[in-house]
Design a protein around this ligand. Structure first.
Ligand SMILES: Cc1ncc(COP(=O)(O)O)c(C=O)c1O
Length: 487
C-alpha cells in the first residue's frame, strides 16, 4: 500500500495527545482491527511513510516496532512490514498431538480409576515381590560396577547382556552377549531399530492391526506405514506381506509373528522362512518383536525370524523385553542383531541416552536369575485367567466371536458388526475399560473389535465379564448396537 493511500485510511492519526509514534500506532492498530488496512497488505517503507506524514523516520520505526510487539504486523527480510501475525509453520508438537494414540491405546499410561476394571493394558499389576527381591542385592550381584566404574555402559551392563544372550539362546535364538543392546523397554528398542534403518518419509511395512506403539513411533519419526491387511480379522495376509517385502520399497517391516498384540495370532514356521527369504530378496530389514513370545500357554511357538534363514540373519533385528515376563516398571528391554547393523544400532543407542540406567539393569539382572520360575508362574496364572475369561464370555456373551489365544496377554473379540468405539464407551459407563479396534488399526478404522486383557486375577476378570454382559444388554437395547460398515 502506498504511503498516500495509507494516510487516507488513518487521516485523523494526528489528533489527540502523546508521542507521535504512539498516536500513529494507535490509529494504525484501529485501522487494522476494523479492516481499513487489511491483513496481508504490505505497509509503505518507513522512509516513505515518514515523508508523507511529515514525521521523522525514527517515529515510523518506533510505530512499526510497537505494532510488531502487538502482533498486528510482522516483518520479513525482503518483504518489508506486512499486516497480520506471521504465518508460522504449524508447530510440530501440535501436529503430532493429533496423530498419537495417547487418547486411545496409551491412555492407560496416564489414567487410573479405582472403581473401573482396566482391561486395556496387557501388563502385570504390582511388582509381584520383585522390589523386595531387588533390595537384597549383594556386592557379588554387581559384577561390573566396581569402585572404579564411571557407570556409563551405553550398550548395557556386560553381566545383563550375558544373561539376556543366554536366555535368547535357551529360547531358540542362539546369541552372543556382544549381539545384545540393553534398552529402556521394547518400546525404545523399536524406536532405535526404526531410526537406525529408516529416515523421515521412508515407509515401514506393518500389519494393518498391530501394536499401536509402533504406529506412534512412525508418527514421531515422520515415517509412513505401508499396511498389510488381515485375513479373517486375525492373520496377516501372507501373500500381500511377501509381495511388499520382495518389492524392497520399504526400509523395514515391523512384525509380531509370535502372539501378535492385539490378535494373538502366531505365524506358522513355514511362513516365517518365506518372510525372511522375501525380505532378503527385497533388502528389507525385519524387526521381529518378541515381547510376548515367552508367554506361550499351550506349546512353545515356532522359532524367531532371526534363526529361520541363516543367510539373512544380518537383516533381522530382534526385540525383547522384561515387561511381559516380569514387570513393565523395570523398563528393561533389548535389541539383538548382527554385523554392521548391530554396530549402527549401538551407535544410535549410545547417542540417544548414553545407556540405560544402571539400577534398573541391576534389578533386571536379579530378575533374570529367577526368570525360569517367574515365567512358569506367569504362564500358569495366564492359563487360569484365559480359561475364566473365555468360558465366561462363551456363557454370558455368546454372540461375541474370538479365537482363543495360544499365548500372550489378550483376547481379540469380534463384536459381530457392532462398533468397537461405541461399545467401549458403554462398557466404561458400566465400570470396565476396554480398547476398541481403532487404536490398533494403522488407519484408525473401527473394525468392530475390542481387545480384552488378562491383566487381572480370575475373580476380577469374571467380574469384568459380568459388567461387560450388562453393558452389552444396555448397548443393544439403546443403540440397537449401532452397526458399523465392516470393510
Ligand atoms: C508387541 C509389543 N511390543 C512392545 C511393547 C512395549 O513394551 P515395553 O514395556 O517393554 O516397552 C509392548 C507392550 O505392550 C507390546 O505389546
Amino acid at each position: 500500500m502506498e504511503a498516500e493511500e495509507l494516510l487516507g485510511r488513518v487521516a485523523d492519526w494526528d489528533h489527540g495527545s502523546g508521542h507521535p509514534s504512539t498516536r500513529l500506532s494507535v490509529a494504525l492498530e484501529a485501522a487494522i482491527a476494523d479492516g481499513r488496512v487489511p491483513v496481508g497488505v504490505r505497509l509503505p517503507s518507513e522512509r516513505a511513510l515518514a515523508e508523507v506524514l511529515g514525521v521523522s523516520r525514527g517515529t515510523v520505526v518506533r510505530t512499526y516496532a510497537r505494532l510488531r510487539d502487538l502482533g498486528a504486523v510482522h516483518t520479513r527480510r525482503g518483504s518489508g512490514t506486512v499486516v497480520g501475525a506471521e504465518q508460522r509453520r504449524p508447530d510440530r508438537a501440535s501436529q503430532l498431538a493429533g496423530a498419537l494414540s495417547s487418547e486411545g491405546s496409551l491412555a492407560f499410561l496416564r489414567e487410573r480409576k479405582a472403581d473401573t476394571i482396566d482391561l486395556r493394558a496387557a501388563a502385570w499389576l504390582g511388582n509381584r515381590g520383585l522390589l523386595r527381591a531387588m533390595s537384597n542385592w549383594e556386592p557379588t550381584d554387581l559384577p561390573d560396577v566396581g569402585d572404579s566404574d564411571n557407570g556409563y555402559w551405553p550398550l548395557g551392563l556386560p553381566a545383563l547382556r550375558r544373561a539376556i544372550a543366554e536366555r535368547m539362546t535357551a529360547t531358540g535364538l542362539p546369541s552372543r552377549p556382544e549381539q545384545i543392546i540393553v534398552t529402556n523397554g521394547a518400546q525404545q528398542a523399536l524406536d532405535i531399530a526404526l531410526t537406525t534403518v529408516a529416515g523421515p518419509q521412508d515407509t515401514v511395512i506393518l500389519a494393518e492391526v498391530t501394536w499401536p506403539g509402533i504406529q506412534d513411533l512412525l508418527s514421531v519419526r515422520n515415517m509412513r506405514p505401508v499396511t498389510v491387511p488381515l485375513v479373517d480379522g486375525h492373520h496377516v495376509d501372507q501373500l500381500a506381506l511377501l509381495r511388499h517385502l520382495r518389492e524392497g520399497r520399504s526400509a523395514a517391516a515391523y512384525l509380531v509373528p509370535t502372539f501378535d498384540n492385539p490378535t494373538g495370532a502366531v505365524m506358522p514356521a513355514p511362513a516365517r522362512r518365506l518372510v525372511v527369504e522375501a525380505a532378503r530378496e527385497g533388502g528389507t530389514i525385519l524387526i521381529d518383536d518378541l515381547t510376548l513370545s515367552e508367554l506361550w500357554l499351550d506349546e512353545p511357538p515356532p522359532p524367531p525370524l532371526g534363526v529361520v534363514f541363516p543367510e539373512a540373519a544380518d537383516q533381522v533385528v530382534t526385540v525383547g523385553s522384561l515387561s511381559k515376563l516380569a514387570w513393565g516398571g523395570l523398563r528393561v528391554g533389548w535389541l539383538r542383531a548382527e554385523g554392521p547393523l548391530l554396530e549402527r544400532l549401538g551407535q544410535i543407542k549410545t547417542v540417544v541416552d548414553f545407556g540405560s540406567a544402571i539400577p534398573s539393569q541391576l534389578a533386571a539382572l536379579t530378575v533374570m536369575r529367577r526368570l525360569d520360575d517367574l515365567v512358569v508362574d506367569h504362564r500358569a496364572e495366564l492359563v487360569r485367567r484365559r480359561a475364566a475369561l473365555t468360558s465366561d464370555l462363551a456363557e454370558l456373551l455368546p454372540t461375541w466371536r474370538f479365537v482363543q489365544p495360544s499365548g500372550g496377554m489378550s483376547v481379540w473379540v469380534d463384536l459381530g458388526g457392532v462398533s468397537g468405539d461405541a461399545f467401549a464407551a458403554t462398557a466404561e459407563r458400566h465400570g470396565v475399560w476396554v480398547s476398541p479396534a481403532r487404536v490398533y488399526h494403522a488407519l484408525g478404522q473401527d473394525t468392530g473389535h475390542v481387545r480384552l486383557t488378562l491383566t487381572h486375577d480370575v475373580e476380577t476378570t469374571r467380574e469384568a465379564v459380568r459388567r461387560l454382559a450388562r453393558a452389552w444388554d444396555e448397548h443393544l437395547a439403546r443403540d440397537r448396537g449401532r452397526r458399523i460398515a465392516i470393510v
